[in-house]
Structures are given as C-alpha cells and as structure tokens.
Design a protein around this ligand. Structure first.
Ligand code: PLP
Length: 423
C-alpha cells in the first residue's frame, strides 16, 4: 500500500485518517505492517482465486478502461452539486416532503423543457416532460404502455444497445433487429418488419457512432406517419458534439410521433439516476399510469438540486468544459491508433464518448477483446452489441472519456500491437 502520507495527499484527507484506517485493517488481519518495510495486504486476507468460466468480460484487474458508455467520473462537479443539494434542503418547504408527483416535480419538469428546447431543439412543454431514474426505466414504461395499447413488435437497432432489446422483451413484446449502415437505421427494412414502434439513437448511433443522415431522418418519420407507429429517440450522449454544430433532435420533426429520452448519466454521472422523457400526447396517459403505479423517484431533494443546476447554467458549463477535455482525449486515442495500426478504420468520431475501430480483415473481434482484457485493457467487441447471427464487423468499440490522454496513448498503443498481431 502507498505510504500513509502519499495516500492522504491523493485522497485529500488528513494523514491521521489514513493511519487510523491502516491500524484498523491491521487489527482485523487484512494488513501487515512492519517497521521499515511499509504496509502490505496480508496473504491470509486474500480471497482464493477460483478459475472463472471463459467469458468476454475477463476477470483480472483493469488498468485501461476503454469500455464505452462511461463519462469522466473524476470530473463530477461535487462542490457545485453539494451546494445545490444544500440549497434544496434549505428552501424546500416541509409540506413538499410528502409523496411527490410521480411524473417529477414542477421545477425540474420546467427546467428540463427549457433545456431540451434550447439545446436539442425538442418541442417540449413542462407537462409533456416526465422525470425518472434513467432512460432504461423510461423506455421500459413506454414498452409496457404500448403493450397495453395493443402493440406486439418493436424494432431495435442492430448492432445496438442491449437494453433496447432487454426492456422490449421484459415488457412482453417481440424485439425485431433492424440493420444499421453508414447512414443510420435502414429504414427500408421497417415495412417488412411490421413493427409498431422503433427505438433509435439518431444523433450518435450506439455503438457504431453513425449520425443518421437527413434523408433517413425524413424517411423514418414518413414511415412512422404512414404506419401510425411510435419512434423512441434515445438521445444519450448527443450534447457531446465535436466537429459540427449540433444536429437537432429528431423529435422536433414530428413531436406527435416521437418520444424523446435524455439522461444525466453521460453529461454528469450514472450514479445520480436522473433522466427525462418528452412523450407525445397519444401515449402520455398510458405512460403516466406506469409511473403512477411504480413511483420510481428520483428523490425530490435531488430533483430540486438538478432543476437549479440546470437553470443556473451549471449543466451547460459542465458540458462545455467536458467537451473540450473529451475532444483532446478522443484525439489522443484516434491519433495513436491511426499511427500505430493504420489498417484500422476509425468511425463515429463526431460526437459522444466512444469511437468504433473497424478491423479490415475477418478476424475475431471477441478474441481480440478477450486478449486485451488479459493485459488489463478493457474494450468491447462489436460482436457483443449484435443481435442477429449475420453480425457486422469485426470491430472494437472504444470509450475514451474516463482516461487521461497519456493513459489513452498507452492503452491505444497496446491495442494496436494486439490488432497488428491478429491481422
Ligand atoms: C445508448 C444508450 N442509451 C442510454 C444509456 C443509459 O442511460 P440511463 O443510465 O439513463 O439508463 C446508455 C448507457 O450506456 C446507452 O449506451
């Protein structure tokens, strides 16, 4: 273990705290301390290593975490959030500590409707916004509501985000994979798929990173209008846009057909469990009923804190500074991969927190991800995100937001060596 003085500096606590903790862990047998040789973890306290079944995820420690979907946890604005929570506790009247509106408190629904209108071009009013713990939860309620309204089949992107299909199936509906190409979802496939709704990530497709073209955007809206189907737009990481001005949300094109989902899981951190949806009038009552039946939160104190955080422009500020840092991180990853493994074709760089590295030969991306994991480098294979057997790829999906530039360069150099060895 590090010397107590160094750990105290790292953690920003007093040295006494660290020495007390070391002493307590030593008293319980977890640590061994010997004068002059520092503090070590006791062998007796180490769990016995049991061999785990072969898996994509691997089991060793992770030194370079390039898995997609993770923001920079170290950058969470703790002080500002703490100030908002303290303020919320000061101003909230006692009568507001009762069971809240299951659709979210008025202050946050208003702040969100202003925010998504301004930043994403969404057509929203406070009473069309529903606050919940996550997009995952929100889309689950949409599927359950659609089932009650008679829907049977929902299109999901292939490759796509696993929770699209999981939540559809959990709601008792059939998930129908629809292919994605370099222009976005292949809208031509929708008629034959006979689906009642489609779940999409048009601003930065997950995981390929494709930005849906304007032709496809109009085509999917045209399809939904002809068929009377619902589009669910998962706008999970669109605030992070690097090269061009932001592409507005699809929802603005047809607010009567599209449910828009946004989350703080990427712009801040998933631990907050704060997200929102703007739902069209025709499913509003059915979705609201799902919320009223399950009352999922989040806490009123956190909702009040979030409302003020958004209204005071803190979320915009945080996104602006994060965007600058993420752009540098993305560049460190992409430039190292491009120079060390030029045979990789890197895509999806325009937005979000991950890129995709296409391998130019039919090699096994799962095997590369698993060898990387053995070296302490966690990445996703594209295969991991495919639903049909005629999987696309091979490719690797690489998140860059939670590592520093030097770490990304080292991780990317290791990955490049593995790729070169496999090609
Ligand atoms: C495409 C996509 N949508 C949504 C989410 C998660 O949102 P939430 O935490 O609000 O469920 C993720 C998380 O990785 C994601 O990849």
């Amino acid at each position: 273990l590090p010397p107590s003085r160094a750990l105290a500096v790292d953690l920003g606590v007093s040295r006494g705290v660290v020495t007390d903790v070391y002493a307590q862990l030593a008293a319980e047998g977890y640590l061994k301390t010997r004068r002059g040789s520092g503090t070590k973890v006791s062998q007796l306290a180490m769990p016995r290593q049991t061999p785990s079944p072969a898996s994509d995820a691997g089991s060793g420690s992770i030194d370079f975490d390039l898995r997609p979907g993770q923001p920079d946890f170290d950058a969470f604005p703790r002080k500002r959030w703490q100030a908002e929570v303290a303020r919320a506790l000061r101003v909230i009247p006692s009568r507001a500590l009762t069971y809240p509106d299951p659709l979210g408190i008025g202050e946050l629904r208003t702040a969100v409707s202003d925010y998504v209108t301004r930043v994403r071009g969404v057509d929203a009013r406070a009473d069309s916004v529903i606050i919940g713990p996550s997009t995952t939860y929100g889309i689950s309620t949409i599927w359950r509501a659609l089932r009650e309204l008679g829907a049977r089949r929902v299109g999901i992107e292939n490759p796509g985000w696993r929770w699209q299909s999981r939540t559809v199936q959990q709601a008792g509906l059939q998930a129908v994979p629809i292919a994605v190409d370099e222009a976005g979802l292949m809208v031509d496939e929708l008629d034959a798929a006979k689906v009642d709704a489609i779940c999409l990530t048009p601003a930065h497709q997950y995981p390929t990173g494709v930005v849906m073209t304007s032709d496809r955007r109009s085509a999917v809206v045209g399809w939904a209008r002809r068929r009377g189907a619902l589009i669910v737009e998962d706008d999970y990481d669109a605030e992070f846009r690097y090269e061009r001005t932001a592409v507005a949300a699809l929802q603005g094109l047809a607010p009567d057909l599209i449910a828009f989902c946004g989350t703080l899981s990427k712009t801040l951190v998933p631990a907050l469990r704060l997200a929102w949806m703007v739902v069209p009038r025709r499913i509003h009552a059915a979705v609201s009923k799902q919320y009223a039946d399950t009352w999922p939160g989040p806490s009123v104190i956190d909702q009040l804190a979030a409302a003020s955080f958004i209204e005071r422009g803190e979320l915009d500020r945080h996104i602006r500074t994060s965007r600058r840092r993420y752009r540098l991180r993305r560049d460190a990853l992409v430039s190292t991969l491009s120079s060390r493994a030029p045979e990789l074709r890197i895509g999806g760089v325009a937005a979000g927190l991950h890129v995709i590295a296409w391998l130019n030969r039919p090699v096994d991306d799962v095997a590369i991800a698993s060898s990387a994991r053995d070296l302490g480098l966690a990445v996703h294979s594209l295969h991991h995100h495919c639903f049909a057997t005629d999987a696309v790829g091979p490719a690797l999906v690489l998140g860059y937001a939670s590592l520093s530039e030097p770490q990304l360069r080292r991780g990317a150099a290791m990955l490049a060596n593995l790729v070169r060895a496999a090609q």
